[in-house]
Design a protein. Structure first.
Lengths: 248, 267
């Protein structure tokens, strides 16, 4: 057992500060355990959002020592406890209180993405046939737990606050899961270019680094979408070929 | 949609609460790319010591015009403006340079290392204005696939150079015979590393199959997609290995041509 100091952000939208709390860390504890222990013993009014404690609900997103992480998946043994551990809320979203942010902007963004639109059924009974090879690629994107850590670390949202012009990596993953789906026939490329702001992504791969589900966001979702946007809008040869070949 | 009002926004270049060595990777990228750019610029301006026997430096290949025996179309062209410095590499080096400049991996790396946009993940930036690749000039990065087409051509040419590096001419008799020197291995490794980098390109992955939603309908393209994807997973590693080896290959040929190093014959 070791005594560790945690600097927790306390406060609301108007004012706030870091407050120090000392608590005992025992083997196997994760950061969320420490925060709960502090809440139970020293700060009953501490606001912290959590649910599953298993890295599957995406609720306990925060910044631990400046890095966006799920608190429930961050082992205390993996962070240096010989100096204070800072825990603060995500910076890309408005603060509600203490460690809790208002992530509702994400849900509004999701609503405006064109939904899944399947092709005509393959069989008379109204069902479709898909090859495993075709669905493998988008299966990765289904792992997303919507913790929004990728949104938080993305500098376009975090630093430049371009929430009006850029939907963020989470929704490029969502868009890729629809756009690359073997049954889907909707075209979202115009939206991706114009209203979703895929051109603002400068491929820093920070979103990939923080993803707790290890989704290869940049390489497998964003760059393929960028390439499709290039096909549609920036490649003169592709435009020429499209005249002579049927639409995919 | 109303913009979210952030209350904990970071201010000040480099501000972060990260405690790890976040500056180390961008610094290493800055140092590595700077060293390569400085060396290749210097080497390109030399215009000599780029060929040794059957070996041709990859910084000068293909030698369209030049003084060595590897030249395709003879000596320096008469139409080259006399006021400009001349080197055979000026005619070709822009193509691989453009390929790397617009490469998805390098873009992310040099935006961080050279432009601090951002300096590292979750670290504050020096500028407030941001255009990304959404408008001029960085929208031009979308030309990457055209540089890919050229880079693929260069792989064929460099493979031909590696083949030529197997055939040594006896200066006394003029007879050509098969052989393997250390330089042969250097140039062969060069084309292998460059091939691993070029054939793992994100644009190539898209063009060979990524563009399709139903890849299973095209088995050959599905296989190609998986092959390119396999190389693509280590794209950063291939990018750096090939970059370093291109530089070393030029150093090897140059030092052999200058008589400083001796090319050892294995066979």
């Amino acid at each position: 057992m070791v005594m560790a100091t945690f600097k927790l952000w306390r406060g609301g939208r108007d004012a706030g500060r870091f407050e120090d709390y000392q608590t005992d860390i025992t083997e196997g504890m994760v950061v969320l355990d420490a925060v709960h222990q502090i809440q139970a013993e020293q700060a009953q009014d501490l606001a912290v959002r959590w649910n599953c404690k298993a890295g599957k609900c995406g609720s306990c997103s925060a910044e631990v020592n400046g890095s966006p992480k799920l608190m429930c998946m961050t082992r205390c043994s993996d962070i240096p406890l010989d100096k204070p551990v800072t825990i603060e809320p995500m910076k890309a979203f408005p603060l509600i209180k203490d460690l809790v942010t208002d992530v509702s902007w994400n849900f509004q963004v999701k609503k405006r993405i064109k939904p899944f639109k399947p092709r005509q059924p393959d069989a008379d009974d109204g069902t479709w046939r898909m090859a495993q090879a075709d669905i493998d690629r988008v299966q990765e994107f289904r792992k997303c737990i919507e913790c929004f850590l990728c949104q938080d670390v993305c500098h376009v949202l975090r630093e430049h606050q371009m929430h009006d012009a850029f939907i963020g990596p989470r929704f490029f993953v969502y868009g890729a899961s629809l756009e690359m789906h073997p049954l889907d026939v909707e075209n979202r490329l115009g939206d991706l270019k114009d209203t979703d702001g895929i051109g603002y992504c400068n491929i820093t791969k920070c979103c990939t680094k923080v993803c707790p589900e290890d989704i290869t966001i940049t390489d497998n979702a964003i760059i393929p979408l960028k390439e499709r946007v290039v096909d549609e809008f920036y490649d003169p040869l592709q435009k020429l070929f499209r005249i002579f070949r049927p639409k995919r | 949609m109303a913009q979210a009002e952030l209350t904990l926004k970071q201010h000040g270049f480099g501000q972060t609460r990260r405690q790890d060595l976040w500056w180390l990777q961008p610094l290493a990228v800055f140092a590595g790319l700077s060293a390569f750019i400085i060396y290749t610029t210097w080497a390109a301006f030399q215009g000599e010591h780029y060929a040794f026997g059957p070996y041709l430096s990859p910084l000068y290949s293909p030698e369209l015009f030049g003084e060595s025996s590897h030249s395709w179309f003879g000596a320096k062209p008469s139409w080259w403006p006399s006021v400009l410095p001349w080197s055979p590499s000026f005619l070709i080096l822009w193509a691989p340079a453009g390929f790397r400049l617009t490469c998805y991996y390098y873009r992310g790396a040099y935006y961080k290392a050279f432009w601090a946009d951002p300096p590292s993940c979750a670290v504050a930036e020096p500028r407030h204005r941001y255009l990304g690749e959404n408008s001029f000039p960085l929208i031009l990065q979308n030309v990457h696939r055209y540089f890919l087409y050229l880079a693929l051509l260069f792989i064929v040419i460099l493979a031909y150079d590696a083949w030529n590096a197997l055939w040594f001419t006896d200066t006394a008799t003029g007879a050509t015979s098969f052989g393997i020197g250390v330089g042969t291995l250097v140039l062969t490794a060069n084309v292998v590393f460059l091939g691993g980098y070029t054939l793992g390109c994100h644009s190539l992955r898209h063009l060979v199959g990524g563009v399709l939603d139903r890849l299973s309908a095209s088995p050959a393209r599905l296989k190609a997609y998986h092959c390119v994807g396999c190389l693509n997973r280590k794209h950063m590693l291939w990018a750096w290995m090939s970059l370093c080896w291109v530089g070393f290959s030029d150093v090897y040929v140059r030092l052999c041509a200058m008589g400083i190093w001796t090319d050892l014959r294995i066979l």
